[in-house]
Design a protein around this ligand. Structure first.
Ligand SMILES: Nc1ncnc2c1ncn2[C@@H]1O[C@H](COP(=O)(O)OP(=O)(O)OP(=O)(O)O)[C@@H](O)[C@H]1O
Ligand SMILES: [Mg+2]
Length: 101
């Protein structure tokens, strides 16, 4: 029984934590969608997410640079990034680049 419970727990955890990456071409753009099943974010976090050094992680755990650096790189390539997220419902980052045709 213990073994089953452990297995179910492991499988359960695996099912909970999913990362989905979709890439496709749409008109003259290349779109990359990255969806996770994490905590999602509040409107306030969404507003501040690209600010350098903005983090909700505890002191010493996060630099708050991950998304601001990503934003800079995407801009450099003429792209855009949008977030679809609700707190408790995961997050989807939608990145669009101009396609070279
Ligand atoms: N996928 C996500 N789901 C929910 N919240 C996110 C997600 N990505 C970023 N955030 C929120 O935005 C904040 C800033 O993100 P960012 O990646 O810039 O820094 P960080 O993750 O805190 O630090 P580091 O990138 O150095 O680990 C995070 O602290 C978190 O609150
Ligand atoms: Mg980060």
């Amino acid at each position: 029984m213990d073994e089953n419970a452990g297995k179910a727990e492991k499988e359960g955890r695996k099912a909970e934590k999913t990362l989905r990456i979709r890439t496709y071409a749409q008109e003259k753009q290349v779109v990359v969608e990255v969806s996770d099943t994490g905590l999602g974010m509040t409107e306030e976090v969404k507003r501040k997410i690209f600010e350098p050094f903005f983090t909700t992680k505890e002191t010493g755990k996060g630099t708050g640079l991950g998304t601001s650096i990503s934003f800079g790189i995407i801009k450099d390539y003429g792209g855009t990034i949008e977030i679809e997220s609700e707190f408790g419902r995961g997050a989807t980052f939608v990145i669009r680049f101009p396609a070279i045709i």
